[in-house]
Design a protein around this ligand. Structure first.
Ligand SMILES: Cc1cc2nc3c(=O)[nH]c(=O)nc-3n(C[C@H](O)[C@H](O)[C@H](O)COP(=O)(O)O)c2cc1C
Length: 229
């Protein structure tokens, strides 16, 4: 499979607007709707080289950071894992696994180690760190829930940006998102949490469509008759 979905050369990434610029409130883009309607994650273990180069990564991170954020708190940040650092992190995670996890069988341990191989194989992994703010009156006024939701939006934007740049991706947590020793290894503060590891690269296998929710099961149109006391 080639580096990108198509062989057409990518135009340079657009620059974001400057503060105070007039920004279009909406822009019809059939391509965007097509991408969002068909976007599909690729399992991290199926991601390999090539991955985003320096300028593509910068553009993906820029899109990742352009999310709704109530009261402009920036309650998230990124830790990028790429290049030689991947091997180091894999080794650290393997050691932490041995120290903290209690696999029920040899097979379970093998499987976990196999999964950790993705950290080294995938060209780029972006750890989205949820960093809830409470250090100012406006931060304290903003529910933690909303700050977590903003970090979730960052992860989703990264998936979309990766896909639109021509790379397959997956949002993963696994055991290591929740393990305190891993959080420390990644440099997270006590109050910070991992919203997700977004793996990206080139798919070695094309994913198949998975079951999707039927709109009829998840959409209700509210009427005044609903929820009467
Ligand atoms: C917060 C979060 C954590 C996830 N963690 C994992 C994970 O650890 N392992 C995994 O295989 N999929 C995980 N997933 C699911 C995949 O990222 C993805 O949703 C699924 O493969 C289907 O994705 P698609 O609808 O984008 O195709 C997680 C999803 C979310 C939202």
């Amino acid at each position: 499979m080639g580096k990108h979905d198509s062989d057409t050369a990518q135009p340079p990434a657009p620059t974001p607007p400057s503060l105070g610029d007039s920004v279009p409130p909406a822009r019809r883009s059939r391509e965007t709707v097509d991408l969002l309607t068909t976007r599909r994650s690729t399992l991290a273990k199926l991601l390999d080289e090539p991955g985003p180069d320096e300028s593509e990564l910068k553009s993906i991170l820029t899109v990742g950071a352009r999310v709704p954020d109530h009261r402009r708190l920036t309650p998230w940040r990124f830790v990028v894992i790429r290049g030689d650092a991947r091997r180091g992190l894999r080794a650290r995670l393997e050691a932490i696994y041995e120290q903290t996890q209690r696999p029920e069988s040899h097979e379970e341990r093998e499987k976990a180690f196999e999964k950790l191989g993705s950290i080294e194989r995938a060209p780029v992994t972006i750890c989205v760190v949820s960093s809830v703010r409470s250090d100012s009156p406006k931060a304290r006024k903003t529910p933690e829930w909303e700050q977590y939701l903003s970090a979730g939006a960052v992860c989703q934007n990264l998936l979309i940006a990766a896909s639109a740049t021509g790379y397959a991706a997956q949002w993963v947590t696994e055991w290591y998102a929740y393990e305190p020793l891993v959080r420390r290894t990644l440099g997270l503060a006590e109050h910070e949490r991992v919203a997700g590891f977004v793996f990206m690269g080139t798919a070695t296998q094309q994913p198949l469509e998975r079951t999707r929710s039927e709109l009829v099961d998840v959409v209700q149109f509210w009427t005044d008759a609903a929820g009467k006391l």
